[in-house]
Ligand binder design. Structure first.
Ligand code: AMP
Length: 120
């Protein structure tokens, strides 16, 4: 499993060292607006625990953490009003996934048609 770097920017957000535009929070997850939004709705949902990416979290998180993170995603979709018209959930991982921040996050994008999932 990957080694978690606690100096990554989302770890600093969780410790309150840098600000964020919080949308929703529960015991296990924090949701905040992406600083460089790529759609009218662009929210990042992160677990509060030290997980590098989706596979790391899926393998090692507790059931309570998994439920807390998933429910936070559902809550954000409801709060941001993207359920009816649809949205995209993206979790980039590693070099091929072009992951910029090595703390698990899912991007929830919506509010406009998003085009095909991948560029050719
Ligand atoms: P990625 O790791 O490629 O899935 O994307 C990381 C995302 O984090 C990018 O969309 C950035 O715009 C976003 N981001 C980086 N720093 C911050 C920050 N301080 N607050 C909110 N979003 C951020």
């Amino acid at each position: 499993m990957p080694t978690y770097d606690d100096q990554n920017i989302f770890a600093k957000i969780l410790r309150g060292e840098i600000p964020n535009d919080t949308v929703y929070e529960n015991d296990h997850a924090l949701a905040f607006r992406d600083i460089r939004p790529q759609a009218p709705v662009h929210v990042l949902i992160i677990p509060k625990g030290p997980y590098v990416d989706f596979a790391h979290f899926a393998a090692e998180a507790s059931e309570a953490e998994i439920i807390g993170w998933m429910r936070a995603i559902a809550e954000v979709c409801k709060m941001e009003g993207v359920e009816a018209d649809g949205f995209r959930a993206i979790s980039n991982a590693g070099v091929n996934g072009v992951q910029e921040v090595p703390h698990l996050h899912v991007h929830i994008l919506g509010g406009r048609p998003l085009g095909r999932m991948l560029q050719p």
